[in-house]
Design a binder for this molecule. Sequence first.
Ligand SMILES: Cc1cc2nc3c(=O)[nH]c(=O)nc-3n(C[C@H](O)[C@H](O)[C@H](O)COP(=O)(O)O)c2cc1C
Length: 205
Amino acid sequence: MSSVEMGSMVKKRDIQALSRPIPTGKEIKISSQKMLVSKTNSKGVIIYGNENFVDISGYSESELIGTPHNILRHPDMPKAIFYLMWQRIRKGKNIMAVVKNLSKSGDHYWVTTDFDIRRDRDGKINSYMAFRQSAPKHVVDTIEKLYAKMLEIESEHSMDESLEYLDGYLEERGVDYDKFIEDLAAPKGISATFFKKMKEMFSRD
Ligand SMILES: Cc1cc2nc3c(=O)[nH]c(=O)nc-3n(C[C@H](O)[C@H](O)[C@H](O)COP(=O)(O)O)c2cc1C
């Protein structure tokens, strides 16, 4: 792991200090060979980013480190997805999610994200790692429609209703969230092997 990591020395920066990019609608295509890795403290403040993660974000390493991870939040992402994600990882459980991220230029990129939960010697969660790989077009096509509907519900009603919509969507398909994402977006074949190896590599330190 490179010198980017700053661990607990990190100083929280006010995200408002960096102005929000305006989405351009232009997609950044990421090679499936690339893994975008970031690490946060227990509150979601970035403490590490690998080269791919930094490059694609468009921000400099120093802009990212010490900044809340929502610096990459795209306005097309439903709140409910992050709610589910946080609910799960706070309990120390993994979750896979398809996420649309906003780069500094306003362009966006779609990734499948997987987490790793890190604990201190007392078993208390002290950091989270996120491993991302580009999401294939068929995954984006499916998820984009679902997110658009959830977003519409969130803007006209509430996040609870968006979660209810998601429950109904999954029920209709006879699956739970994990099975849905696993079938749709989990890396398969060579891609899965690469994903696993990269996770193992980062788990060694
Ligand atoms: C390890 C880790 C990685 C994350 N990666 C992303 C990410 O790539 N994009 C993103 O929008 N949010 C990411 N988040 C979630 C953000 O912390 C935040 O919840 C989300 O952007 C929603 O922002 P909001 O809470 O201000 O609405 C990550 C959180 C953690 C713990």
